[in-house]
Write a protein that binds this ligand. Structure first.
Ligand SMILES: [Mg+2]
Length: 202
């Protein structure tokens, strides 16, 4: 069986990286880590946060967005990412009987590989698909892997669930990432899990 994993929010806790970068780019922000993530997990996006709470114009927001994309995968921020507890052992066990793939919308393949290496995950995945802002996740998979309806896509966003559904495979949403349960339920995943390590397929 093929199992496709999203990276940020699914295998890695990236919350600190995103919060710290937000605070760096918005020095006037008085949002705590919890405030920020409560908003984000409730699907309130940066544009809404910045225009309603910090008086950003659309021009200010465009500037923020540009800087965000430029900074978000710099090593100094990526160093804040940590694998969720137990993920390494979970993946190592799962790969004994399944083929695991990583599918991420990151911009830099090089930095993804560097992180995987740092976590000792070099030999976990059959392939690592990085969209690099050029392709859609489902297109990358379709071009490279023959999927079957018993396969799984596991991710933390609505987009991940949509990708699994487009491929005609099973979908599991994890609550460890960027959206809360109410928001994820709206995308009708086959499973909703506290975190990725609670995944056990039938
Ligand atoms: Mg994610």
């Amino acid at each position: 069986m093929n199992i496709f994993f999203d990276l940020d929010g699914t295998l890695l806790n990236s919350q600190k990286r995103l919060y710290e970068l937000f605070q760096y780019l918005v020095p006037s922000s008085d949002l705590s880590f919890d405030d920020y993530w409560k908003l984000k997990r409730n699907k309130v996006n940066h544009e809404e946060i910045l225009t309603t709470k910090f008086g950003y114009s659309s021009m200010d927001f465009k500037k923020f967005e540009h800087l965000w994309m430029k900074e978000i995968e710099l090593e100094k921020w990526l160093n804040l990412d940590v694998p969720f507890e137990g993920v390494t052992d979970f993946l190592k066990t799962l790969r004994k009987k399944n083929t695991l793939y990583l599918v991420t919308a990151r911009q830099s393949k090089e930095m993804v590989n560097k992180q995987l290496h740092n976590f000792g995950w070099d030999s976990i995945f059959e392939s690592v698909f990085v969209t690099e802002q050029q392709k859609e996740k489902h297109a990358l998979i379709q071009e490279n892997v023959t999927v079957s309806p018993t396969d799984w896509f596991i991710g933390d966003t609505g987009l991940d669930i949509k990708v699994g559904k487009l491929l005609g495979i099973n979908t599991a949403a994890v609550l460890s990432g960027f959206l809360n349960e109410e928001k994820l339920t709206a995308y009708k995943p086959d499973l909703i899990l506290e975190n990725v390590t609670s995944f056990t397929h039938k």
